[in-house]
Design a protein around this ligand. Structure first.
Ligand code: ADP
Length: 496
């Protein structure tokens, strides 16, 4: 069974896609293109212009001009907000088309993209639209002890930070574009967006919708290309005021270096995770499905995946068996089959990375209760896997796998579980399953993670700040919190 391909999608993938710079579609300066494969088959899905340093430079010049001189900089916040809202509307109008494009390019089930990725992306623009008119400074009574008797009027202004480079990953391509573009546009910034080379298609379709919504030329530029070329050029560009990055901790560190070596541009980083999910003995039965969803959603390709499952000893066997049963029952297949529950990983590289971790787990003595290897011999599928008999120093326990692989360990000492859960260089998310409200909130306080879910997991909302402690990142996305990262604060002091 397969979803009937939307006509727009058919046309979109049939034509080589170009770069979107200054409101125009153009080939890369080098003339180069790259292919984006269908991860369910490994065959070419579409060809896309391959931007590099020269194209990034052109895009930054367009974004600078639009920021300094264009209609965007003269527009009222209300008009800006209306346009941002319209982007959300257009995304909703094209839900099926965008969900199909996302499924084909990324491998995720069409039905999941249709129910989650696309509506969440639209909601983010709708939420941010309202903030365009609510970015405010304060008036402050100042004392200035060394100027007795002087009288002042002092206030702060929050101003758009300027030209923003946005580098996004492949796991939620459209949604990550929305998380980045929504607040930047609400704040009045201009943007150069570089989608991941594995999944450039929905960002390019979004560029068309953004133009249709009335965003002036040069305000949003989309330049697909590789990380080491286009991404690195954006991170190092001296005329970019800020870079917002989502991806691996390894690349996050390269971006910090690039900013440090050039203009000290501001940075926000949303990086890796190895999130603990803790099931206490008194947890509701729903914890089993919750623990499975925490790791298997999006094939484990979530920075916040609940990849370390800790279960209080008396429930350990039951929870591990339950999660393993769910793993075995998941229907694996092409994302375009509406009955598929788990699609392929995004790329051949991810397939070999995840199966490499599985090999290392086995070699280190871990037991695969279920799964443990590649699924089939076509496309990039991996079996959902539950590993037990792990030790805290194993690679599968310490490193982010970014695939459908959970390590499960029992615990008995209630006093130590928070320290065990915090024993990671990451701090993005955490889950707690218990009926004891006091224990739940006490644990939530102890866990060093940017998001803590109690009796649920993977609950996201445009109004809820998201980001990481420790090496999971700098700054927060979403909520009004994110606007701090897209604005500069100016203090103005007038002597009266
Ligand atoms: P993953 O390992 O999951 O693919 P990455 O961190 O490599 O995650 O990629 C996330 C994004 O960062 C992608 O858009 C990618 O092209 C980009 N990227 C990769 N390397 C660099 C780099 N050296 N500089 C800037 N961006 C990069």
């Amino acid at each position: 069974m397969t979803v009937t391909l939307d006509r727009n999608v058919e046309e979109f993938i049939a034509t080589p896609r170009q770069l979107f710079i200054n409101g125009q579609w153009s080939d890369a300066a080098s003339g180069k293109t790259f292919e984006t494969p269908d991860p369910a088959t490994g065959e070419t899905l579409a060809r896309v212009a391959e931007g590099d340093a020269e194209d990034i430079n052109r895009a930054v010049t367009a974004a600078r001009k639009a920021f300094e001189e264009g209609p965007w900089s003269r527009m009222t916040p209300s008009d800006r907000g209306r346009i941002v809202w319209k982007i959300g509307d257009l995304i909703l109008e094209h839900t099926d088309e965008l969900a199909q494009l996302e499924s084909l390019d990324n491998g995720k089930p069409f039905v999941v993209a249709q129910a989650a990725d696309i509506p969440l992306a639209a909601d983010l623009f709708h939420y941010m639209a309202g903030w365009a008119t609510k970015i405010e400074g304060n008036s402050i009574d100042i004392s200035v002890p060394y100027m007795p008797g002087a009288n002042f009027h002092a206030y702060t202004r929050r101003e758009a930070i300027g030209v923003v480079g946005q580098i996004i990953p492949w796991n939620f391509p459209l949604l990550m574009a929305a998380w980045k573009l929504g607040p930047a546009l609400a704040a009045g910034c201009t943007v150069v967006l570089k989608p991941a080379e594995q999944t450039p298609l929905t960002a390019l379709r979004l560029a068309e919708l953004i133009a249709e919504a009335g965003v002036p030329d040069g305000v949003v530029n989309v330049v697909p290309g590789y990380g080491e070329t286009a991404g690195a050029a954006l991170a190092a560009h001296p005329d970019v005021d800020k870079v917002a990055f989502t991806g691996s901790t390894e690349v996050g560190k390269l971006i910090v270096q690039a900013a440090g070596a050039t203009n000290l541009k501001k940075l926000t980083l949303e990086l890796g995770g190895k999130s603990p999910n803790i099931v206490f003995a008194d947890a509701d039965a729903a914890a089993v499905e919750g623990a499975a969803n925490a790791i298997f959603f999006n094939h484990g390709q979530c920075c916040v995946a609940g990849s370390r499952l800790f279960v209080q000893q008396s429930r350990f066997d039951e929870v591990v068996d339950g999660v393993s049963e769910i793993a075995k029952s998941l229907k694996i297949g092409s994302g375009m089959d509406p009955t598929t529950q788990m699609g392929p990983l995004v790329s051949a590289e991810q397939l070999s990375r995840v199966t490499g971790f599985l090999e290392s787990g086995k070699a280190d003595g871990a037991t695969a209760v279920t799964g443990g290897g590649r699924f089939g011999d076509k496309g990039y599928f991996v079996e959902p896997t539950v590993l037990t008999n792990t030790t805290p120093d194993m690679k599968v326990v310490r490193e982010e796998i970014f695939g459908p692989v959970v390590v499960a360990a029992p615990f008995s000492d209630l006093g130590e579980i928070a320290a065990v859960a915090n024993d990671t260089e990451y701090g993005l998310g955490a889950g707690i399953w218990t009926r004891d409200i006091g224990k739940a909130h006490a644990m939530a306080k102890k866990l060093r993670a940017g998001t803590v879910w109690i009796n649920c997991y993977n609950v996201f909302d445009a109004s809820l700040p998201f980001g990481g402690y420790k090496q999971s990142g700098w700054g927060r996305e979403m909520g009004h919190e994110v606007l701090n990262n897209y604005t500069e604060v100016k203090s103005v002091v007038a002597q009266l």
